[in-house]
Design a binder for this molecule. Structure first.
Ligand SMILES: *[C@@H]1O[C@H](CO)[C@@H](O)[C@H](O)[C@H]1NC(C)=O
Ligand SMILES: *[C@@H]1O[C@H](CO)[C@@H](O)[C@H](O)[C@H]1NC(C)=O
Ligand SMILES: *[C@@H]1O[C@H](CO)[C@@H](O)[C@H](O)[C@H]1NC(C)=O
Ligand SMILES: *[C@@H]1O[C@H](CO)[C@@H](O)[C@H](O)[C@H]1NC(C)=O
Length: 442
């Protein structure tokens, strides 16, 4: 959330160890979403209703009184998942250092028919046409993944709706549900309560069974409190994902300062638990991304690192008209680390555009996606960037396109990374944005 000049993140944190457990709310603030200052813990497990963990929650700012309603899941002494409420002790404090739990906690227990361990991660609330707030909570009934909706006036007492906001068979438990409006035309973000013409709604669930973040674009009826996917074939959990690498437990928030919607995900490294314990920490937050609806398709989301990332750029190199023939690697020289240590560091932000001459002709049986890695050839490519490569090309991280001719006149393109040939000896950040222009030649 944004508050008085600062972006705040509250995150799941174990103060005692680099493995999951003793979950508290860590707290950090930033002016620019890039440089962060870690603050004291915001919420700790200290009541029967959250003694086994202060789990995921969401902030809602009241447009009238300016108060911040922080809803979160607590795991109780008997491991039941309940919802709790907290407020900043002093709204005038830009850093929101101190938090007070509501004496009314827990404000929600699992309703009849919902398992005590299947009731978590309340969303940011949105205001309905009847003047009541709605809060969505992820759950499941057997393998039916679903979103419960509660109505509330004061964030203390709630009424459960007699139907789900949405549910999808076979998808299992929905964690960290997120529900937000996007403009059909335009790049501005919208306040979570926005509804009306020219607005679609995104429903996202983190699938506990597969650890993948799935979303779908659909239509929300604020009177009936029902959301329907625009394309039922590509519903939540069976269609699109935010990211095809590691990416989980993401959330968005509306940044009123810059009028944009920002998506944040959590990444689990490839390190072993043993290594995590040795290094003393585990997991990352991704670079925040702005998210807008792709007005061309109306069903995809376009994600881009927040513009503030550009403040990290210290130097600039441009390579034009580079010809890359079959089987070739073209080095792009930007100086060596010793010569130019100050700016080379280990961070690169690469934007590349490829123009491809597509020769029609499908290799029989060709359907490899990203699975074969970058070494496996297809009728065209793969091609892309070899990031973090050493001189002998024994160590490298390919980020690449694999266009696959699926029928005579359809090309399906996979955008992949190959993580099988990098070592863990370099801590580095590379963001790569690749664009491909396909020219078809008969
Ligand atoms: C949780 O914290 C206690 C100390 O309060 C510690 O003994 C225990 O090992 C911790 N568990 C984990 C998983 O970090
Ligand atoms: C666990 O605690 C919850 C909340 O107090 C209570 O409703 C439930 O009955 C308890 N369950 C068991 C099995 O004791
Ligand atoms: C979106 O923009 C297009 C082209 O400018 C226009 O035809 C269409 O009506 C707009 N749709 C909405 C919902 O505003
Ligand atoms: C974390 O990583 C492990 C293996 O590296 C993977 O099996 C697991 O699903 C990941 N968890 C999440 C939540 O991404």
């Amino acid at each position: 959330m944004y508050h008085k000049g600062w972006y705040h993140i509250f995150y799941q944190y174990n103060p005692y160890s680099a493995v999951w457990g003793n979950i508290t709310w860590g707290h950090a603030v930033s002016r620019d979403l890039i440089h962060w200052l870690i603050l004291p813990l915001a919420l700790i497990p200290d009541n029967w209703y959250d003694i086994n963990g202060v789990w995921t929650g969401s902030a809602t700012r009241h447009p009238e009184d300016g108060n911040i309603y922080m809803l979160y899941t607590g795991s109780t002494g008997n491991l039941t998942q309940v919802q709790n409420l907290a407020h900043p002790a002093d709204l005038a404090d830009p850093l929101l250092l101190r938090w007070v739990k509501s004496p009314a906690n827990p404000i929600l227990l699992p309703p009849p028919g919902i398992g005590p361990k299947d009731f978590r991660d309340p969303t940011t609330a949105w205001l309905g046409p009847d003047g009541l707030w709605r809060v969505a909570i992820g759950s499941r009934v057997e393998k039916l993944g679903l979103t419960l909706v509660y109505k509330t006036d004061d964030f203390v007492s709630y009424e459960l709706l007699d139907h789900y906001l949405h549910s999808v068979p076979g998808t299992g438990m929905w964690e960290c549900v997120d529900f937000y409006p996007v403009l059909v035309n335009g790049t501005k973000g919208l306040d979570t309560s926005a509804v009306g013409e020219g607005i679609k709604h995104v429903l996202k669930a983190s699938l506990d069974d597969t650890k993948l973040d799935h979303f779908a674009v659909g239509t929300y009826d604020p009177v009936k409190d029902l959301w329907t996917p625009d394309d039922p074939e590509s519903d939540v959990g069976i269609g699109l994902k935010y990211d095809y690498g590691r990416y989980y437990a993401s959330k968005t928030f509306y940044d009123e300062e810059k009028q944009r919607r920002i998506l944040w995900g959590w990444i689990n490294e490839t390190d072993t638990e043993f290594d995590d314990l040795k290094k003393g920490w585990a997991s990352l937050q991704t670079i925040p991304r702005t998210v807008v609806l792709d007005s061309k398709t109306g069903r995809d989301l376009l994600q881009w690192p927040v513009e503030e990332i550009e403040s990290l750029r210290l130097n600039f190199f441009c390579f034009d008209e580079v010809l890359v023939g079959p089987g070739s690697v073209v080095p792009l020289h930007i100086g060596s680390a010793t010569q130019n240590f100050a700016y080379i560091a280990l961070q690169l932000d690469i934007t590349a555009e490829f123009e491809v001459e597509l020769i029609s002709g499908k290799k029989p049986g060709e359907e490899n996606r990203c699975d074969g890695g970058a070494a496996e050839r297809s009728s065209l490519g793969p091609f892309g960037i070899l990031a973090l490569a050493d001189a002998s090309l024994s160590e490298l991280t390919p980020v690449f396109f694999r266009p696959v001719q699926t029928t005579l006149d359809t090309v399906t393109t996979y955008f992949c990374t190959d993580q099988t040939r990098f070592s863990n000896t370099h801590i580095s950040i590379v963001t790569v944005a690749l664009t491909m222009i396909l020219d078809t030649f008969d």
